[in-house]
Design a protein around this ligand. Sequence first.
Ligand code: C2E
Ligand code: CA
Ligand code: CA
Length: 669
Amino acid sequence: MPDSTSQRPQLLPTVSIVEGTMRQSRRAVMLALAGAVAITLVLLGERMWSGEAMKAAADRHAQAYRLAADLRSTQQQLTSAAQLAAVTGDSAWIDRFDRLVPELARTTEHAALLAPPEAALRFENQTREASATLSRMHLSALEAMGSGGAAAARGLLESDRYRKLSAEVQQATESLTTASLEATAARVDELRERSYFVAAAMLLTTVALGFTLWRRLSSNLTNSRGSLMDAEERIQRLAASDLLTGLDNRAALHDAMQQLMARARRTEHSLAVLMVDLDRFKPVNDRHGHMVGDMVLKEVARRLTRCVRQGDLLARYGGDEFVVVVDETGGVGQAVSTAETIIDRMAQPIQFGDLVVSVGASVGMARFPADAFTDDELLRKADSALYRAKQAGRGGVCLYESRLDERLSERHALEQELREAIAGGQLVPFYQPIVDLSQRSVRSLELLCRWRHPVRGLLAPDKFIAVAEDSGLIGPLTMSLLDQACKDIAKFPGPWRMSFNVAPRQIQDETLVPQLLKILAANAVPPSRIDVELTETALVNDTARARSVILALKRAGMTVTLDDFGTGYSSLSYLAEMTFDKIKIDRSFVRTLHDRPESAKIVDAIVGLSRSLGVHTVAEGVETEEQARALQRLGCTFAQGYLFGRPVRAAELSDRAALAKDLILVPAS
Ligand code: C2E
Ligand code: CA
Ligand code: CA
């Protein structure tokens, strides 16, 4: 059988996919970390730079503020110093006035420098003339003060013109400093906004980067998931298929059958399960080796694939067993014709180069829902039908039949029971007298088997002998009976001989004669008291073997009787060929002796032939006195039948009620 377990589905792809995903995830995490570090650095740089800028802007603002105050105070000081100098004519005030004039100019210049250029320009334009005029007026006032003309100086400094020009310059200076303050404040605001903006931009970049990373990672994961699913599907496919033939395996078949049955139930279709078994696969495998065996199975799988239609199931069920499930949408005959096609294709020889092998197939078939409702039951029943197809001679198809199946399982149970019954001594000997017709005295007894069944009561041989023969239990059964009978012989009321039946199959048993002799010897029964009854069937199957057994029995001192003569082949040649001591005329002739004229003629012929061969005749089934007399007239020597007595236990043999009243139990001898 091909080894279907040595190869396991490959798991490597899964491992490499997982590793790949891990690699990519690791890369993504590294990227995220690098991004975070870069953003942090940028943010830090920005923080530092904007901090510096803010500080500078704030300084500038403070400076502008200070300058504005300075300007205002210098202007006031100048005005008061000029007035005091002019009023008092004090040289200290004059000096002070003299120093304050350039100081004011410097401070104003400084303020212009600090102010935004357009404000400075505006200031310059607005104050140029006024400043120049004021300077000249200051110089004139100073000169006047210096030369003692205080009144002239005062006149100058208190003049409307001077006051107007001073107010003009002061106004312009106010505007200038306000512009400076506004500009520096705007710068601070701008920087603050900028830092908000940078933070927002950074936040946005981080979010965008994170999103991109997440997208990358998730798409990688999706890809990996896809690959994993592919791999899993492949693994599942591998696990569901037979590695040699590529067909579905048993597990997959069960799954598929369940689905198909569910669908058939809905659509009210019937399904047919065909169990296909190769007929001569084992010898091919044994003779040509497993390689050829595997090749044959592959070829069989190929041919089967061509026999099924789409929608049908095909699986390798075991070694050389295949299962086809046909959905009988096209009618009930469909499955049978598929089975016939399969048998036909399988019967054609398979050629590998010079080697030609021919296997053939048998098919067993069961139907859903007619025969079974579950996949297991269907397969079991198809298998039981297959068994019958094989028994019927192979190369055919058998449909499941519940009756036959029941009989089969009953038979199986009976076989088991019989085995135990033999061992437990439930099979016991009964004896029926064989009578000398002319003297009406008992000459011998036929040993007939009975089964004392604990439940079913006393069972006749027709209930179990065939099973014993088929199952090989007939040997042990015969020996057990003979052993019991040998012990009974001592209790017989007369010195009678004993006949016992040997089944046709036992002829093939090499140990038959030695075993019989062993039992006789063990019980000190001389073989000369024993007669062995054989039927024609035993002779037909293997004439040579039968002849040698008969010879061995006779050499050992036993006699041999041909039983049931006239029922089977009725070949008179056996009579001439084999040296029988007695012939038993079947009871069917005795029963019809008075109704059918041919019966009497046949009995007459058998008796005549026997006599010419020097063989005695025994008429079976004699039930009436009329029959007994007729048989005697025809020349029959012995008779057996209910007229003389039914089969009874040994202890009842001397009981007059059990046997015919006028029967001589112990002959004068
Ligand atoms: P058989 O060897 O032909 O045995 C004679 C059968 O005819 C017996 O049936 C017997 O009871 C029946 N019989 C006898 N007289 C009459 C009669 O007047 N009328 C009718 N209708 N039947 C009569 P039994 O005991 O049921 O046995 C049936 C068959 O079973 C036997 O046929 C024999 O072939 C077989 N058998 C019985 N015991 C053994 C045994 O130990 N070994 C083997 N191999 N076969 C046995
Ligand atoms: Ca018999
Ligand atoms: Ca018979």
